[in-house]
Design a protein around this ligand. Structure first.
Ligand SMILES: Nc1ncnc2c1ncn2[C@@H]1O[C@H](COP(=O)(O)OP(=O)(O)OP(=O)(O)O)[C@@H](O)[C@H]1O
Length: 248
């Protein structure tokens, strides 16, 4: 079996006495679009903070393409791109400036950054907007620029924390199709977190996280079948005891 793009092994994390993650284990295969499904408070953001090393205190192991984030942080983080839930573009800068500044953080010089930036914006369908201020973009376009920026240093794993929050139905569908395209065409491993069950396709590997615990993993259609339900929404309700909404 090939090395997982992301390997989470027995990870727990507490804030004081509150356990936010409880012995969480799952993998993201290279070239897979894996969905981490959980309601608010499930522990998704905490998990992101651990993978990106924002928090170090933890038990268990996290490996990115075989590199342990604690023992080999440089190698691990080079292979990782992240899109956080909160918007992080500088609205007063052009798209290209946003990309070039990010590239500088990865030690990429301005000329190479501009070349990679144009390539990344073209992939996002925004090449002709390179010199526009970020402020001029729609919410969905901003997300695509954030994804382009996260991919600038050519990571093999991309984490997205509830990337469709705040987008309308069309922009959500477009963003989903864009990221699925990156998985299909470039073999990127993606971990897509959401609380929206209609973002899941039946062949997607899913991880159901609820109150800090992994309650189910597997291909979406198999998780549905094993739960004895008809749809992923009904399966989620049966597994967690809570109804998930399809939009919000
Ligand atoms: N800094 C913190 N201090 C104390 N408790 C926290 C902190 N951050 C998160 N928690 C708690 O940990 C649990 C998991 O939160 P987390 O933000 O990881 O969930 P989430 O799935 O990302 O939800 P959301 O989408 O609402 O951010 C929740 O009970 C939350 O209240």
């Amino acid at each position: 079996m090939s090395v997982p793009a992301l390997n989470i092994k027995n990870v727990s994390h507490s804030y004081g006495t509150r356990k936010a993650l409880d012995d969480v284990s799952f993998t993201v295969a290279p070239g897979s679009f894996t969905v981490l499904l959980g309601l608010n408070g499930a522990g998704k953001s905490t998990l992101f903070s651990l993978v990106t090393r924002l928090y170090a205190a933890r038990s268990g192991e996290i490996e990115i393409l075989g590199a342990d984030v604690m023992r080999a942080p440089g190698a691990a983080l080079r292979r990782l791109g992240v899109v956080f839930q909160a918007r992080t573009l500088d609205l007063e800068l052009s798209l290209m400036q946003n990309l070039i500044y990010h590239a500088a953080l990865h030690g990429i010089g301005p000329l190479e950054a501009r070349r990679l930036g144009l390539e990344a914006l073209a992939r996002a369908g925004l090449a002709e907007r390179a010199n526009d201020k970020a402020r001029a973009l729609s919410g969905g376009q901003m997300r695509r620029v954030e994804i382009a920026r996260a991919l600038l240093h050519k990571p093999r794993l991309l984490l997205l924390d509830e990337p469709t929050v705040g987008l309308d139905i069309k922009a959500r569908a477009d963003l989903l199709a864009h990221v699925r395209g990156l998985v299909r065409d470039e073999g990127l491993g993606v971990l897509w977190t959401t609380h929206l069950i209609d973002e899941i396709a039946e062949d997607d590997p899913v991880v159901i996280l609820h109150q800090g615990k992994v309650l189910a993993t597997g291909r979406a259609a198999d998780v549905v079948a094993q739960s004895g339900a008809d749809t992923i929404g009904a399966a989620f309700a049966r597994i967690t005891g809570v109804d998930a909404r399809s939009e919000g």
